[in-house]
Design a protein around this ligand. Sequence first.
Ligand code: ASP
Ligand code: MG
Length: 444
Amino acid sequence: MKVLKFGGTSVGSAERMRSVASIIAQEQKPLMVVLSAMSGVTNRLVDLSNALKAGHLGLARQAVADIEQKHRQAAESLLAESPALLQEALAYIADTIQLLTSSFAMPWSIELEKILLAQGELLSTHLFYFYTRTLNWDSRLLSALSFMRTDEHNEPDINYIRRELLGQLEAHPAEVYITQGYICRNAKDQIDNLRRGGSDYTASLVGAAIGAEEVQIWTDIDGMHNNDPRIVPDTFPLRKLSFDEAAELAYFGAKILHPASILPAQKYKIPVRLLNTMEPQAPGTLITDESVERDIKAIAAKDGITAIKIKSSRMLLAYGFLRRVFEVFERYRTPIDMITTSEVAVSLTIDDDTHLDEIVKELQAFGHVEVDKEQTIVCIVGNFVADKPGVGVGIFEALRNIPLRMISYGGSPHNISLLLDTRYKKEALLSLNEHLFKAEPARS
Ligand code: ASP
Ligand code: MG
């Protein structure tokens, strides 16, 4: 069975939902469909929650009105030919709007916020399900709240998911199963979510749970590109990537795929295909266990990075120093992305600076601390074989005129990371593109 996940833009209007249905119609059944909320809806629900938190009822009302209008409009267009189903859909929308409105009178809490955020995917999947019934499909709506679960560490409970999901598939045979991305229940059985962009993660967890033959992520771009198409002209989609390469790219800035979604697919060896709803025939990007022989495949960049340097003569010939430094970050649950060391100093980067002040304060106990904000990690991904000389030459040649704050190579055979001031990002990406891809335009 395949799992097909469609993102917010792909289900963003009645017309887009019709295209989704025609893509599904071409595929072999049975299959599983995972949908995001209609585009913009989760953002509006976040606005709603923020407005309630701040006591701005006017803004809250506006957000709810927008959400209502968007779904009513889609329902009226999609279900125009089937008055009974249209009534059912409008009643579902009205119930949801009632639920959102009733939150105005409730004290704000994080639990309430999660209930509100869950409504986007519930709405989109209901609408799409009603639409498939007008097409006389043998379809079934499965509530992700009945099988998607996280444990007490907020990690997906794959055994629970597998057991529940397989049980439901067996109990209710259908050709097309439709479910919500993003939403789940937590260990306390409360409504929760897999964090923003989490529908990809749902799709790969579902794929892993049922041992899917493939997970397809349908968006509005034709696969993962070799460079950031918003900055660099003439980028091209990569046909094949390994899980490791895709994970590095997703984490370091390629927005097309949620980075966490690689893990379950990799662990259970489920191929992931990135495809474009606007151009369904395009081959997209296939992510599998295999690595294609090609030195440099792609470049991604991640902004909003903070670099921290700790300089201490106590580090000289000492052991246990790095452990104590890392423990500070661990205490504040702040992941470190890049690290470079010299005999008397260590530099590292974080992208979550929520606890920066506390972290710096504790680090000052070890030595002199310097902080640089607004940095960018440029990540060059490929298949770098250590005994093959010359990999760095093209990269450094390209960046001859750009000050590099940190360089990290050798941590993984798939990644060379550089840290630079965000001011130089555009110049760096353009120049790397020129040197690394124009000279040798072979595409893999
Ligand atoms: N709707 C959620 C979001 O916008 C999840 C997703 O689309 O992946 O973050
Ligand atoms: Mg997404």
